[in-house]
Design a protein around this ligand. Structure first.
Ligand code: TXA
Ligand code: MG
Length: 309
């Protein structure tokens, strides 16, 4: 892996694109200081320009150089959760250029914990702009094979299946009060325990971010959330041409179904690969059994709601 990491860092230095594993999902990386490299990244993703991208670093110290104000809350969260699945949005320093911030005055910063991501970021020794390594609006990649099947990267580092499986928690600290822009493995309760203050829901004034678009992380097959008690009736109504994501085997016959773990962490780890399998089954519709309506399922519920549009 060492020589692969060295090669990957070289590709980044030359302005190329490298896909790499993180503990959340695979990222498609480009040198965050190069306008041309980041333009190539947007083209590869099919992402509209003007959407900000998260910049990844090996350490909090390196990340904070991209911010001009580091509130105590940012330091506390970084101390507790970095390296790890947390992205902080802070007021940008001159190092964070318009082409990574989407022209906004703030920047998303993340220090991933995955050993391969860490090795790459240390070897590259700079900020790596990296959205999830999927086509814009599609399901995030949790296997190197997902990346290869749909993205144009000069090089792909294979780190197997990520431990978390859904994208990082995003907290905006750029406006004084902490705002949760995207729920994730690190929960609101964990953030509030460290900050000793409430973390607000994102409101209408939240900065632009593509994860906030209605339909995102979406399979191509139309998908629908169904309450557990209604699953069998819905299956009957739909006829046979149907794929199901559920906690237990449906009573009614279906073409294709996947059993999901009953714990939110296990579910998240399995989610995107399962959605890709269901999508690939070529059925007319996907029915998803709703998870419990409790806070520990917030991040999973968020991704499922987006998958259903
Ligand atoms: O776990 C993750 O965060 C993965 C891995 C690769 O690190 N990355 C990821 O990136 O999910 P992406 O681009 O697919 O989603 C990042 C979200 C987008 O909705 C983006 O618009 C938002 O974060 N974002 C990035 N910078 C932002 C900023 N300055 N202000 C508000 N939202 C921002
Ligand atoms: Mg994404």
């Amino acid at each position: 892996m060492n020589s692969e990491v060295r090669h990957a860092a070289q590709v980044l230095r030359a302005g190329g694109l490298v896909a790499f594993p993180t503990e959340t999902v695979y990222g498609l990386g480009a040198d965050a200081s190069s306008a041309e490299a980041v333009a190539r990244l947007y083209a590869a993703k099919g992402r509209p320009s003007g959407h900000p991208v998260i910049v990844h670093f090996a350490s909090a110290e390196a990340a904070f150089a991209y911010a001009r104000e580091i509130p105590p809350a940012a330091r506390r969260l970084a101390e507790r959760f970095w390296p790890g699945p947390l992205t902080l949005v802070l007021k940008r320093s001159p190092l964070a250029k318009d082409f990574v911030t989407g022209g906004q005055d703030n920047v998303g910063l993340r220090v991933p914990s995955h050993p391969v991501a860490q090795a790459l970021l240390r070897e590259f020794d700079g900020g790596v702009a990296a959205p999830s390594a999927n086509r814009f609006g599609r399901i995030s990649a949790t296997r190197a094979s997902h990346v290869v099947s749909e993205m144009d990267a000069e090089f792909v580092l294979d780190g197997g299946a990520p431990e978390i499986g859904i994208e990082s928690t995003i907290v905006d600290l750029s406006s004084g009060k902490p705002v949760l822009l995207r729920p994730g493995h690190i929960s609101r309760a964990q953030l509030e325990e460290v900050l000793q203050e409430p973390v607000l829901e994102k409101g209408a004034a939240a900065p632009r971010h593509s994860g906030g678009l209605e339909r995102h992380y979406a399979p191509q097959t139309p998908a629908r959330l169904v309450a557990p008690h209604a699953l069998d009736t819905e299956i009957l109504k739909c006829g046979l041409d149907i794929a199901v994501l559920a906690f237990s085997k449906p009573d009614e016959r279906v073409d294709f179904w996947i059993r999901m773990p009953r714990d939110p962490q296990g579910y998240a780890r399995r989610l995107y690969a399962a959605l890709r399998e269901l999508d690939g089954a070529g059925c007319g519709a996907i029915l998803i059994e709703s998870p419990p309506d409790t806070a520990e399922w917030d991040a999973v519920r968020d991704r499922l709601q987006r998958a259903c549009g």
